[in-house]
Design a protein around this ligand. Structure first.
Ligand code: UTP
Length: 407
């Protein structure tokens, strides 16, 4: 793409300012900016106009498999799960492409040290949890790690330096997720540098299309992987490739399994597993009407009672049917570092614009069936989103210590 073509593309979206510093750039920088303009999908900006318009269908409850049933059938589930792992039919996929802006560290979130008397990195905690299943099943589970161009080098070198915290290097595969442009509240693209549009990872639903883009679906086919356990980087207590969860999901014959926890209160700020127009979905806490909060199941318990924790098992044969363009675009307010009109760097302390993300919960809605599988919150849910307060380093440390983990 040459400068004239780039300008034409930009002006169609009112973004001519992207070339504002063009004449000051070296030839190499000019080329790199033109290449970025060529590959960036600017049509995402149109979502700002209809941003309040992600229309939802009709919600109805979806029963979760609860602890009493899980405990009763534990051996059956565990045997099935271990057998699937031993046959190499299960992989783990760490979603580590996020920016972790709320935590406020510039390094990838997984590099955060939550230890008190010794170093305990977030990545280390997750790998230690997965290693327990490796040990139980006597099988090295394939581990995919999704990064983004913002944190890839740092993530890879950190894990290498720490010998993958005991994981087998040749069972780990990294890939980068795709990026989306970021803009101010009026839809004007931010520039990250004079030769670069500000971008951010395109949301955690990007994992499958980014995997295919990297050609890694070949590994799934070649190794006969049937289930992928997607998990967030920030829940330091979660069980990964949990054999019981895997067994229960596979035996239920569903397209996806979702680990869920009982809500702490009817209005807790957590997405709740449900059906939407008869298909699995997640209703956000702010979408729950009073009527839905008060709705009861046949046992008299709240009908919308189980929140998701971003730990899902996807059935691989059904993933090809999931299409990115059928998923709604979420417009998220974030702090976006950029340069101003004079080229000075700005690091905002408050949100200053929008990023565009597709979310994994919208993938689930494209699938036919889902098993919400209850886990005990105090044992499996310690997310680290903030430095202090709710879902923080502090609250996670407390939960880790309650679970006997030395920090
Ligand atoms: P969050 O929704 O907490 O987003 O991600 P975040 O970007 O990490 O953090 P904030 O909002 O900026 O503070 C939930 C999970 O999804 C992953 C994150 O790495 C985390 O594991 N994620 C999120 C991606 O892998 N890619 C994305 O584009 C967004």
């Amino acid at each position: 793409m040459n400068k004239t073509e780039a300008l034409e593309k930009l002006e169609a979206f009112g973004q001519g300012h992207v070339l504002g510093f063009f004449d000051e750039l070296s030839e190499a920088q000019q080329e790199s900016l033109l290449a970025q303009i060529e590959e960036t999908d600017l049509s995402v900006l149109s979502h700002i106009i209809d941003k309040k318009d992600i229309s939802r269908g009709t919600f109805s409850p979806l029963a979760a498999m609860q602890r009493d049933e899980i405990v009763k059938r534990e051996k059956e589930f565990r045997d099935e799960g271990i057998s699937l792992i031993k046959k190499g039919k299960t992989a783990a996929l760490l979603l580590a492409g996020g920016m972790g802006t709320r935590l406020g560290s510039d390094a990838p979130k997984g590099m955060y040290d939550i230890g008190l008397t010794r170093p305990v990195y977030i990545f280390q905690r997750l790998i230690e949890n997965l290693l327990e299943v490796v040990k139980e099943s006597d099988t090295w589970i394939r581990l995919f790690i999704m990064t983004s161009e913002k944190n890839h080098e740092a993530t890879v070198s950190f894990l290498r330096e720490h010998d993958y915290f005991g994981y087998k290097e040749d069972r780990v595969v990294f890939f980068k997720q795709s990026m989306a442009p970021a803009c101010d509240y009026n839809g004007k693209l931010y520039m990250e540098a004079k030769d670069r549009i500000s971008t951010s990872p395109n949301g955690n639903a990007g994992w499958y299309s980014s995997m295919v883009c990297a050609g890694l679906d070949r590994i799934l086919t070649d190794e006969g992987i049937e289930w992928i356990n997607i998990f967030a980087v920030d829940n330091v207590l979660q069980r990964i490739c949990d054999p019981c969860f895997l067994g229960a999901t596979a035996l239920a014959g569903v397209s996806v399994g979702a680990k869920v926890v009982k809500k702490a209160a009817p209005d807790e700020k957590v997405g709740v597993m449900c059906l939407e127009d008869g298909k699995p979905s997640i209703v956000e806490y702010y979408e729950l009407s009073r009527e839905m909060m008060d709705d009861k199941d046949e046992n008299g318990d709240p009908a919308y009672n189980y929140g998701v924790i971003l730990n899902y098992l996807f059935h691989v044969p059904e993933l090809d049917a999931v299409a990115d363009d059928k998923m709604p675009m979420h417009i998220v307010e974030k702090k976006i570092a950029h340069i101003d009109d004079k080229g000075n760097e700005v690091k905002p302390s408050e949100p200053n614009g929008y990023k565009f993300e597709r979310l994994v919960l919208d993938m689930i809605h494209q699938l036919d069936s889902c098993l919400p599988y209850e886990v005990i919150r105090e044992k499996e849910f310690a997310p680290i989103k903030n430095p202090a307060g709710v879902d923080s380093v502090e609250s996670a440390r407390e939960l880790l210590q309650k679970n006997g983990i030395t920090l």
